[in-house]
Every structure is written in structure tokens, then in C-alpha cells.
Design a binder for this molecule. Structure first.
Ligand code: LLP
Length: 430
């Protein structure tokens, strides 16, 4: 992602003409990702022993395959994400666990599946330890600790402290270890993730808390995880994270533990957003434009069912406008409210948390132009829904000179099938 001012550029090998060509071929709205940008972000974290991709950020199988080919491991938070990892070629087992399951609860079907596959479980509640222990004594587990404080780009993405449901409360570590002992569970390591889109003022306290908890645990752990949460520049002026400083602080924790335990300790990091946000854009077509009192609205064919972040968190993505020929427009900027096709007033991409619309300067658009929402590679496609019975939209991956369709558009028939097929007594099955 560019963090300079002015009209934002497209990532890597994705340029205006290629985006316009993909939109013409597959229709709009459309997600497009640049593989080289993802590889570049991976390389910035190579000093960590394990980069474990939080696939919730963008779980397309082809993105997961790219991650696997780059030696990146994966985190899964649902049975569906486990199946995605397997379908992308991740193996189960091996010294540093290519797939780990992280959650605050285990539903019955997921419990069966992690036991069957032997996938390590990162436990976010004592009940998870109890349930996995009963089902599979000796199973590998991590303990996710809620350190009592957290931070996020929105209150909704702060995952630490007493207002958050996540992790095992730091004062309950000993009870959790007692469960580990009761069932002879194999404690792999300790994990902490205080939120998504964090500022780095918290980093030192997180590291200190990890060290303190690891000492209190007094177990022969073989790994620690720094969690995810690394922020990316979304707005002009946002700074890039200093990944070397980030690593150095965590490495100091690891070194202390190594000298205490007398054997190597694996240092993991678990980012989602950092790896993919800047690689992706959403392209939508301008279909209507109208003054409404003092506001000027441009309506595009993508809605919050496609890109939910603005409606959910008041997150504003940088936008730019491409003519159908693939050239950026930059003339006659005017304050514009950008909105979608859904039947709700909240279907606005330029809004602040709480829902007030916030016009942004946008070059003059014509019907048929593409509005490009930048830095939407993370929590874009993966948070889309079928609201208003709108099928999920296509995704393309640009890799060097190649543009590949990596998800075709869903059909309306696929939306209707589970209702047409419903039989009394039928159950969901994977
Ligand atoms: N690890 C755990 C345990 C997590 O819960 C998450 C994110 C991550 C890692 C990855 O966090 P990241 O590196 O991507 O910040 N939908 C929101 C973000 C929700 C994050 C949920 N958990 C958004 O669009 O900003």
C-alpha cells in the first residue's frame, strides 16, 4: 500500500488497464489481489520462526496455496477454515504444526474433527481444555491468555481486557494448567492476541506480560505466539510498522525463556491484515449519481454485503476512480458520499463509526467508471454476505504478467439450493 498523499496507486503488478480488463471480463463488483505484494509482506516477517496466517482475513484457497508455497503456516477458527487449509494442501502433524485451531469454544462437530486430525487447539476457555481433554487425552494444546488489557482500531476489534470474551483470563492460568495435567494434554505453548489494528504503545506491556505468564506457568513449553493485530497504513500519513523492532522485542522474550528452559523456543506471529490488506482492491461500477440536499451521492454496484468494514467499524478506505479505459481520473474533485445498492441508509462507504455519513473528495465520475476501494485485501471478501440475496462476487489474483480468476461469481441458483433441497430432518454436513 502506498502511504503517500494524493491518489493512491494500485498494488504491485495490478495496474489500471489490468483492473479495467478484469472488470470487463468478469463483471463488477470484483476483488483483485496482487500476489507480489503478499510475498513482500511475508518477507518482512521472515525473522520469526513461524508466520501463521490468520486466514479469516482472506481465506480464498488460492491465497492459502500461495501462503503454503511461501512456507507460511495457517490458523483456523472454524471447521470450515480447517477444511480450507486441508484443501489448500496444508498437512496435519509435523514439528511446528502447519494448522492450529484457535477459538473460545469448540462446537461438537469441530471437536470431533480436530481430534480425528490431531490438530493442535489454542484454547480460549477452560471448557475447551476440559472438552478436548475428555475427548483426546494427550492432545496438543496452546493456552491463549487474556492479559487484562487490549487495543484495536475499533472497540469491536479489541480482544483483551474484561470487556472482551477472548482468551483465558490471566489470573486463571493455574486452573487451566491443572486441566492440562488432569488430562495429560501436551502443552505446546502460550499465545496472546490483544486486538486487531493495534498501536505499538502496547507492545512492551504485552511482551512483559507474556514473560511473566510463562514464568508463572513454569512449564516446559516449546513455543510462544505474539498473535496478530499488526496494523497497516490505511489513510495518508498512517505509518508502516517497524517489523524489526516488533521482532526484537518478542525475540527478547524468547531469549529469556530459552535461557530459563534450556532448550529452543519457537517464536510465532499470527497476522492476517498485515499480510493481505494492501494487496487487494474492490472495484465497483458507478451506476447512479444524484445531489440530495447539500450532499452529492455516487452510487456503485457494491454494497456493505460485499465490503462490510465501513458500515461495521466506520473504516474509510481510500478510493480512486478509473475510467473504463483504465486511466485514473483526477479532475474536478467534489465532496461525495459513496453508497451502494442495498435497501438501508447505512449502505455507505464514507461514514464514521456510529453511522454519520462523511463526504470525501472524489474526482468527477461518469456512469460506467470504476470506483476502486484500496487496501481491502483483508476482511473484505472474507466478511461478505448474501444479504439482499446478492451472490458473492468474483476474485482475481494478479501474479506478475498473469491475471487468474480465483473465485467465480456465485449464482442465484446456489443461493436458493439449500432452501429448495431442505428435507425434514436433514442436517448440515461438511
Ligand atoms: N489471531 C487471532 C486470535 C485473531 O482473533 C485475529 C483477528 C488475528 C490473529 C489476526 O488479526 P490481524 O493481524 O488481521 O489484525 N474484521 C476486523 C478484524 C477482526 C479481527 C479478528 N481477529 C476488521 O475488518 O478490521
Amino acid at each position: 500500500p502506498s502511504d503517500a498523499g494524493g491518489p493512491p496507486g494500485l498494488p504491485g503488478a495490478l495496474d489500471g488497464p489490468r483492473l479495467a480488463a478484469a472488470a470487463a471480463e468478469y463483471g463488477t463488483p470484483l476483488w483483485a489481489y496482487d500476489a507480489g505484494t503478499i510475498r513482500g509482506q511475508i518477507d518482512r516477517l521472515r525473522r520469526f520462526d513461524v508466520i501463521r496466517y490468520a486466514q479469516k482475513a482472506c481465506s480464498n484457497l488460492h491465497i492459502l496455496r500461495l501462503m503454503r508455497e511461501e512456507g507460511v503456516h495457517v490458523d483456523a477458527v472454524s471447521e470450515g477454515e480447517i477444511e480450507r487449509a486441508l484443501a489448500a494442501g496444508y498437512q496435519v502433524g509435523g514439528a511446528d504444526e502447519p494448522i492450529v485451531f484457535t477459538a473460545d469454544l469448540l462446537n461438537r462437530s469441530t471437536l470431533r474433527r480436530v481430534v480425528e486430525l490431531g490438530i493442535p487447539v489454542n484454547a480460549g476457555s477452560p471448557q475447551m481444555l476440559d472438552q478436548i481433554g475428555r475427548a483426546a487425552p494427550g492432545h496438543p494444546v496452546w493456552i491463549r491468555i487474556n492479559p487484562g488489557f487490549g487495543h484495536g482500531h475499533s472497540r469491536k476489534t479489541n480482544t483483551g481486557g474484561e470487556h472482551s470474551k477472548h482468551g483465558i483470563w490471566h489470573e486463571h492460568l493455574q486452573e487451566s494448567l491443572a486441566l492440562v495435567d488432569r488430562y495429560g494434554l501436551d502443552l505446546v505453548g502460550l499465545h496472546m492476541h490483544i486486538g486487531s489494528g493495534v498501536d505499538y504503545g502496547h507492545l512492551e506491556s504485552v511482551c512483559e506480560t507474556m514473560l511473566k505468564q510463562a514464568r508463572l506457568a513454569d512449564r516446559d513449553i516449546r513455543a510462544i505466539s505474539a498473535g496478530g493485530g499488526l496494523s497497516v497504513p490505511y489513510a495518508p500519513g498512517d505509518r508502516e510498522i517497524d517489523t524489526d523492532r516488533y521482532f526484537d522485542l518478542w525475540d527478547a522474550v524468547r531469549r529469556e525463556l530459552v535461557s530459563h528452559l534450556g532448550h529452543p523456543v519457537r517464536l510465532e506471529i499470527e497476522p492476517g491484515r498485515f499480510l493481505v490488506a494492501g494487496s487487494g482492491v474492490l472495484a465497483a461500477e458507478v451506476r447512479a449519481q444524484k445531489p440530495m440536499g447539500s450532499n452529492y451521492f455516487v452510487l456503485v454496484d457494491a454494497g456493505f454485503n460485499d465490503l462490510m468494514r465501513p458500515a461495521m467499524y466506520g473504516s474509510n478506505h481510500r478510493v480512486s476512480v478509473l475510467g473504463a479505459d483504465g486511466a485514473f481520473r483526477d479532475a474536478d474533485a467534489r465532496d461525495t458520499v459513496l453508497a451502494g445498492p442495498l435497501c438501508e441508509s447505512g449502505d455507505v462507504f464514507t461514514q464514521v463509526e456510529g453511522g454519520d455519513v462523511e463526504p470525501v473528495p472524489l474526482p468527477r465520475t461518469e456512469i460506467g467508471d470504476l470506483v476502486v476501494f484500496h487496501d481491502t485485501g483483508a476482511y473484505g471478501a472474507s466478511m461478505s454476505s448474501n444479504y439482499n440475496s446478492r451472490p458473492l462476487i468474483p476474485e482475481v489474483l494478479v501474479d506478475g504478467a498473469e491475471t487468474r480468476l480465483i473465485r467465480r461469481r456465485q449464482t442465484v441458483a446456489e443461493l436458493l439450493a439449500p432452501e429448495l433441497d431442505a428435507q425434514p430432518g436433514s442436517r448440515a454436513a461438511f
